[in-house]
Design a protein around this ligand. Sequence first.
Ligand code: SAH
Length: 256
Amino acid sequence: MIYVRPKKSLGQHFLHDKQIAERIVQSVVADTKLLLEIGAGTGVLTEFLLEKDVDFKAVEIDRESVAFLRKTFPYIKNKIIEGDFLKLNVHDIFDKPFSIIGNLPYNISSQIFFKILDEKNHIPEVVCMIQKEVAERIAEKPGSKTYGILSVLIQAFYDVEYLFTVHENAFTPPPKVKSAVIRLTRNSVQHLDCNETLFKRTVKATFNQRRKTIKNSLKLITGDKLIPENRFLSLRPERLSVSDFVELTNFVESLL
Ligand code: SAH
């Protein structure tokens, strides 16, 4: 049997629990018949994708894993793309909307979500395993200490469900952290009622100094301009919902 040596730098923790793998694949419920798997590794999810009535492609950066996948599943050779998801032009792969599945490399999960957000109108659903803390943060509602940049930016365009927790012993080698599977389902929001670039800047500027009040952090964007009274100014960013941030963004824009 060929063996893939797990590489820490690529976030390789191979899931060996097949029941969990099957459960993850079954958690894809959108009726898109196209799927992209990110980080197929040794193919534990890929194997169950083969049984599903979908057309899929799997992208994997690790040459050794790609060789393993092509040997193990010779009949789907052409579905396996050797490459970096972060650099991939997804429109070269699919010309229709597609769902995403994957046990993500935890070290780049935020970057993966930012890329998904850039392509949100082509990605109706995402089912993925990530670090448990990150999953909780993404699913968190305003008011909590862990509610942050990713929670707001993702919840603006996706409904988030925390599906289940996965113990570290389900992997080889076991990661140092617990894992969790989440599902993101695209909501009906096409555009936010504000400048979306400024929205991102506002969310990032305020959470990057999350212990400061909104008023203090806004100075990073508005410079020396006098900031008139506003109901959000004395709050910390974790109190604000997505629609509050939209309102705040319009306020910031009026100052620029
Ligand atoms: N799906 C497999 C592997 C999960 S580990 C399983 O469940 O066992 C994460 C996988 O993502 C690894 O195989 C790693 O090589 C791959 N990976 C890491 N960075 C990547 C990137 N930028 N693009 C695509 N795949 C990547």
